[in-house]
Design a protein around this ligand. Sequence first.
Ligand SMILES: [Zn+2]
Length: 249
Amino acid sequence: MADIQDLRERIATACRVLGRLELTRAALGHVSARVPGTDRILIRARGPGEVGVRYTTEDQVIEVDLDGALVSGDPGLAAPQEVFIHTEVYRARPDVQSVVHIHPPKVVLFTICCKPLLPLYGAFNPGSAGFACEGVPTYERSILINSPALGRDLVAAMGDSPVCLMRGHGITTMGGSIEEACISAIHLNELAEMNYDAHLLGGAQPISEEDQKVLEPIMKPRTRFDGSDGSVSGMTLTLWRYYKRLTDS
Ligand SMILES: [Zn+2]
């Protein structure tokens, strides 16, 4: 029970951080976590009285099964229509402990304009640059993922990547912890912001292949998460302390 309460609070914090960073607007977006050792998840809910991702509180996080049905939480709340993004990732990827789905405008612009996210920097933010070096998959449809079948389509498009663009829609990221899934979303957004600004300035050039190779060991490989038990690594925790602080009143 204590674990579930801890996860509820961390999901609510994650929502507030992503909202504070303007990575998603109003009510659109959700963070979830697997309840360890079960086939249930905790997810930010939708319902009357909601005031947006940025102001999520732990009582707005509900427990659902892998069909999206309410298990525990306020009966006036319901799982988001796109709960199947989350449930189908958890079914397909036992290593995933948390999933984030949000609509960051700058990232979505790249899917609208069919422009790739280029590896324009290295040591500036290796965690973020790694996504561009490895390539970020795109789910080509722009519809709501509101059925298990569509959730499976999205999972297939992701392959083994921890991040995925969704054309004209948003992004989905995942991790071995709530914080890791959020940091990946923040990294992906930074990649898009820098690509956007570089295109505005003109003359954007990827870093050399030689430097991409040198940086590889500190660019986390796409198939490795912090911990399969929901634990958080030192670097993720360091970054997270900063982002969490942004939401402290
Ligand atoms: Zn969505």
